[in-house]
Every structure is written in C-alpha cells, then in structure tokens.
Design a protein around this ligand. Sequence first.
Ligand SMILES: [Zn+2]
Length: 398
Amino acid sequence: MQNSTRLAVRCGRLYDGTGAAPRTNVTVVIAGGAIESVVANDASVAAERTLEAAAVTPGLINAHVHLEFSGEPDLGVVVLASPGIKTLTAAANARRSLEAGVTTVRDLGGTGSNAIEVRDAIAAGNLPGPTIVPAGRALCMTGGHGHFIGGRETDGPWEARKAVREQLKAGAECIKLIATGGVLTKGAVPGQDQLSEEEMHAAIVEARTHGMRVAAHAIGTSGIKNALRAGVDSIEHGHLLDDEAIDLFRANDAFLVPTLAAVSCIYEHATEGRQPDFVVRKATALYESARVNIAHAYRSGVAIAGGSDAGTPYNYHANYAYEVELMHTLIGMSPGEALRAATQTAARLLGVSSGVIETGRPADLLLLDGDLETETLALRSPRIVIKAGAIAASHGNG
Ligand SMILES: [Zn+2]
C-alpha cells in the first residue's frame, strides 16, 4: 500500500501517547503519510479504506537498541562475524522491530556504520524497517566498556572532539559516550568511572555544534553525575544513581533511559550456562539496586524515556513490549505512563516528531486487539502496524 492512500482507523480506545486518558469511539484519518484529523466515529469521513481496532496507540519508539546484535547469549562470538553478515543482521533486526510495532529506534553503537547504512536503505525504500537515529560507534576510553564491540577508543578532550567528527562524517545523527564500566565487557567494572567529565564535555560541545544530541552509558554513581555535569541529554541504564544525581537530572532536563529489560533478561536466564560468568555475576549484583533506584528516580520526577538495549543477551528487538511491561511492573508506572515513556517522551529525547497521535504528526500507529489497561500484554502483538501512513505489517485477519 502506498502512503498516498487515505485511511480511516476507527478506535475503540485511542491512547494518543501523551498520557492523557484514552478517548473512546474516535476515528484517526490518515493522508499523505501524516495524521490529517482525529474525529468522532459518527462523523462522515471520506477514506479509501477503513480499519477498526479495540485500541490504537502511537508506534513505539525504542531509544536504545543495537541493531547489529540479536540477543545472542555471548556477544564475544557475534563480533567475529564478517562485516557483510553484520549489515544483514542489522537489516533483519530492523525488519523485526517494525513488524513488532517499533516504528522508530535510536541505535546506540555498533562495530561500524551498519545501522547508518540500514537507515539509508530503509529511507530509500529498499528495506522494511523503522526510522533509525544512529550513533555510529560509541566513544569509550582505551580498553573501556564496549571497546570489543566497536567502541571508538578515545583519550583526551581533542581526541573526543575528533571522534565525534568521525561519527558525523560517517552519517551518525547522535553521539554515545561511555561514562562508566558495563556488564558485557570483560574486566570493566560497572561502578567505576571511564571517560572523564572533561572528555565528555568536549565531545558534547562538538556534538552540539553539529546539532547532535548525546547519550551516555552510565551505571556507577560518580560516572552518572560526571555525565550529567558534562551536559548529556540522556543517561542510559543509570542503575546506581543517587539523590544528587536526581537533582542534576531535573536541573538539566536530562532523560533517564533505564533499559530494564537488559539486566532482567540476563538475570532471568542466569542459570542456563550460555552467558559468560562475568556477565551473569555483574547483572545479578545490579538487579535489585537498579529496580529500587530507577523507581525512586521516577517517583522524584525524572523524565523516563523508553529504551530496552535490544540486542543484548536474550533481549530481542521484537520484544520491546517487555520493556513497557517492566516499566509498569518493576517501577510502578501505570500502563498509560509506560506507553507515554515509550512514545511521546522517547520522541522528545530523540528530537523526532512522531510518538503522539494528533493532527499533522507522522502517521506511525499500532492497531491492537485488546485494551492496554486491562490487557497489558496487548502491545506484544499489534494486529496492524502503520508507518508513515502505510500498512507496514499485518498479523492475523487484519
Ligand atoms: Zn546499549
């Protein structure tokens, strides 16, 4: 279907992504790839095709993915694949994301420019997939977290500026910094600082010059605060944040992307023996404090944007709905608030205009068979996915 088709979507309940109470019995009219209007169901609407759904939401936005990785238990094996296989894997994961209702992703680091190339192929109409906002290679210190999965080793402020320029040259739209150790890198201690505040500040100044936003991987308390003081737009993970960090989040209007699925998926599969021991050990040690601290940050008013770290062990690109569920069950958001984190708030963080269903926005939306509040698993299997006004995936008798 071309996106020039006029579509009418009759909604039992419309969740517009803003966190407002759902509206009942309204119709979303789509034309030219955008939302033309939202009208009452009994209004007369001239459309070439009319669809119906129990509930309608914006397409989901996953603010933290790694398209090159597919949820394999040991990333040390995956990185040995050839460059061609890595590009094809990124393309396959882009398609899986879209089919599962994820219409926009931010790719926060790979071994090269794979996610950038897949973005371009999707934009050219040659591959199915979500809108991709890619970071290129993450910037880490020499030997820092992520160095073995393509991290661009960077030491000193001028080197940091050069590394940002390299990602810009490759076609990246945002920048990823590694502020502390992490779970998946052997020898990296999650609580320890890595890139310094001075290095991150230099990278951020350079990125801002080119209109790029900056995300920082940060688990340890001190590294989270270094990254916030340096001026990042978002902290990824943030597991060991404290009250001083919460004050910095609020003072800087920074977002927290808690990636609850990442540590949960490792933890849930800990006894299967397929993940490296150091990964299981580090994730298990973080699990409870992550849940408590992130819930505290949420209750304290920190803006939470949805992002799952899809691609990490057992954390599949098609399973972003699990992150939305965890924001409900682990940190106490209502289903509507969790949906908002994965739509409007994530869109604000990425600087994209999707994520809300209102006139003039891109027509990215999901048609669900169940209602979100009574059947929180309804997001797992959208019946129809619409991206830019065209039906991108249709499951069952849609
Ligand atoms: Zn990540």
